[in-house]
Design a protein around this ligand. Structure first.
Ligand SMILES: C[S@@+](CC[C@H](N)C(=O)[O-])C[C@H]1O[C@@H](n2cnc3c(N)ncnc32)[C@H](O)[C@@H]1O
Length: 269
């Protein structure tokens, strides 16, 4: 299950594939530590992108549809997605290879999904995967767009906007939060999935915190710094994320649920 079955909830080779990219990227990271200029997400060894997809996929298969979405807004989000129709729209921002988008689209066939990412090669992979599943254009589309300017038709906001393991990587997470607030329907929900972290460093000194701090220093912090961002990093913690979300005008924020690896936050206008 851990080594051979890509769809098992304990499949773990994706993390090793991403680790291979860490080593191949070592000269760039070392230089970035010297200059403070960061390394953009798109400048890594290609194993980073597939490794990230395969690292998160087991967690998403095990949780998104069976646990995380049902827990949002007292079950109302799941109800809307299941019912679909009348312009029910979901955005998956920073969607990478689109694994989360495809899982949701398969589970809620009456709703329309759109995945956005500013990394064009990832969007090309996502489109290919959705085509292979027979979902592309009918139930899912993917567009190259940044989290601060992804499209929303006038008067037609999103019912759900999801950010899976990407808010902390962004150059302008506050700008992204503002854009989400402007593009959600008034009763819409923002689901923010982040790596598990406590607020204090000393409370993260455990095997999971060690793994995430390492990955964060090599990938997440440099990604944000490459855009002169605040470098929240993968261990930002609930207090920091909550402050950022409330500062742009969201009225409600809560921790909807968590696993050993993940915290799921919910924000509402
Ligand atoms: C760690 S990966 C997660 C990808 C995917 N959500 C997943 O869970 O597998 C972070 C993703 O965020 C995207 N990203 C980072 N900053 C972004 C921004 N400002 N706008 C759009 N996408 C962004 C990256 O291109 C990358 O695909």
């Amino acid at each position: 299950m851990a080594l051979a079955n890509e769809n098992s909830p304990v499949f773990s080779l994706g993390g090793f594939q991403a680790t291979m990219a860490f080593f191949r990227d070592e000269p760039k990271i070392t230089e970035a530590f010297r200059t403070g200029k960061g390394v953009d997400w798109g400048d890594h060894d290609p194993n980073m992108y597939e490794g990230t997809e395969r690292f998160y996929k087991p967690n998403y298969i095990a949780n998104i549809v069976s646990s995380w979405i049902p827990l949002l807004d007292g079950g109302k989000v799941e109800e809307k997605l299941k019912r679909g129709g009348s312009g029910t729209k979901i955005a998956d921002v920073g969607c990478g290879h689109g694994i989360s988008t495809i899982l949701m689209a398969k589970a809620y066939p009456n709703s329309k999904f759109i995945g956005f990412d500013y990394h064009k090669p990832s969007i090309e992979v996502a489109r290919k995967k959705a085509k292979e599943e027979g979902l592309y254009e009918d139930r899912i589309t993917f567009e190259v767009a940044s989290s601060t300017d992804f499209s929303a038709k006038e008067g037609e906001g999103y019912d759900l906007i999801a950010f899976f393991d990407c808010l902390h990587d962004m150059g302008d997470p506050s700008g992204a939060a503002s854009h989400v607030l402007q593009t959600l329907k008034p009763d819409g929900t923002w689901m923010i999935v982040e790596p598990f972290a406590n607020d204090k460093v000393e409370d993260n000194l455990n095997p999971i915190g060690r793994m995430y701090y390492a990955a964060s220093s090599l990938v997440c912090v440099p990604a944000s710094l490459a855009h002169n961002g605040p470098a929240l990093g993968a261990q930002a913690g609930e207090r920091r994320i909550s402050e950022l979300v409330k500062a742009v005008g969201f009225k409600q924020f809560r921790r909807a649920t968590q696993t050993a690896f993940t915290i799921v936050y919910e924000a509402k206008p």
